[in-house]
Design a protein around this ligand. Structure first.
Ligand code: ZN
Length: 306
């Protein structure tokens, strides 16, 4: 059963599906196409980020069309390497497919626009029902830098948290980083990948639409044969708990959930006794074992880290 929470999971890159009518436009042989699918797909991320919260998943491979790029190539930095919304180049710069501008537009209308419409509608529903929306943008990355990637540092973290200065509250970034580090993961912020997905309608306009990207190093959960390893379940559980903590920063206790907006909650916090505040913190403690008091909470509660 789907949970009614402000959390909305976005998984854009987990599909390997290439519709048969698109196959003829690829100029690489079968082996090379399979290699590109292998290295470029965020394998199993639809399962890895399945927390029971609502999920919007892109149904076709990013090699057909990438919904996590700006629609216009002139806004999209990756279009310089042939990897705008519709890729024309492989991850190593070799030509991937031949595409006319008319065909590009057909793909954008068929896949890109439909996905963004679904995504935006889901965010709107969350705002209506909960007063806010917390987008979790779920990805994974290859354990070594691929030639097309902007960051070529070979020393890659286990988990990369992508943020946006307007849409990612500090307590979400801090809370996730602290939580994953406690679980033994090596975490970086906006490295090797930066940013997180926000629908254009709300982009830098509505702070009630919050968003954070979680990118997982694929070596944590799959092997070089692209099969899940024994660790898969553990990583999946750890991510699910991390997402519950993100939600708990906003709904740490039952009565807390009754309050509609973050402002109402912050006001309520100001009026609470220390004892009530500790009760909420203890509930968070029950979820994650140890709770980290973010700077925002410190400001609100006057409590230090513990
Ligand atoms: Zn991805």
């Amino acid at each position: 059963m789907q949970k009614n929470t402000p959390v909305l999971i976005h998984v854009p890159h987990s599909s390997t599906y290439i519709p048969s009518e698109e196959e003829g436009f690829f100029v690489v042989d079968r082996g090379k196409l399979q290699y590109e699918l292998d290295v470029m797909t965020d394998h199993y991320c639809d399962e890895l980020f399945d927390t029971g919260d609502e999920m919007v998943r892109f149904p076709v491979s990013r090699l057909v069309c990438d919904p996590e790029r700006f629609r216009n190539d002139c806004d999209e930095v990756m279009s310089a390497v042939g990897m705008g919304t519709v890729y024309t180049k492989c991850s190593d710069g070799v030509e991937l497919k031949k595409i006319t501008s008319e065909h590009r537009e057909v793909l954008l209308k068929r896949y890109y626009d439909g996905h963004h419409k679904r995504f935006e509608a889901a965010v709107e529903r969350k705002l209506d029902e909960n007063g806010e929306c917390i987008i979790i943008d779920g990805h994974s990355f290859y354990e070594e830098p691929l030639p097309y990637e902007l960051d070529q540092d070979r020393d890659r973290p286990d988990i990369c948290i992508g943020t946006d200065s307007f849409h990612t509250p500090e307590c979400i970034t801090d809370g996730l980083m602290h939580y994953f580090e406690q679980k033994g993961y090596r975490v970086e912020i906006n490295k090797p990948f930066a940013g997180t997905m926000i629908p254009m309608k709300y982009y830098h306009k509505n702070p009630k639409v919050m968003s954070v990207m979680i990118e997982v190093n694929r070596k944590l959960y799959m092997n070089r044969e692209y099969k899940k390893t024994d660790r898969f379940e553990q990583v999946r559980e750890d991510i699910a708990k991390g997402i519950r903590i993100v939600n708990a920063y906003y709904c740490p206790a039952e009565f807390w959930k009754q309050l509609q907006t973050r402002e109402e909650r912050e006001r309520a916090f100001e009026k609470m006794s220390r004892e009530q505040i500790w009760r909420i913190i203890n509930e968070c403690h029950n979820i994650c074992g140890k709770i980290y008091i973010s700077k925002t909470w410190q400001k609100l509660t006057g409590l230090g880290k513990y």
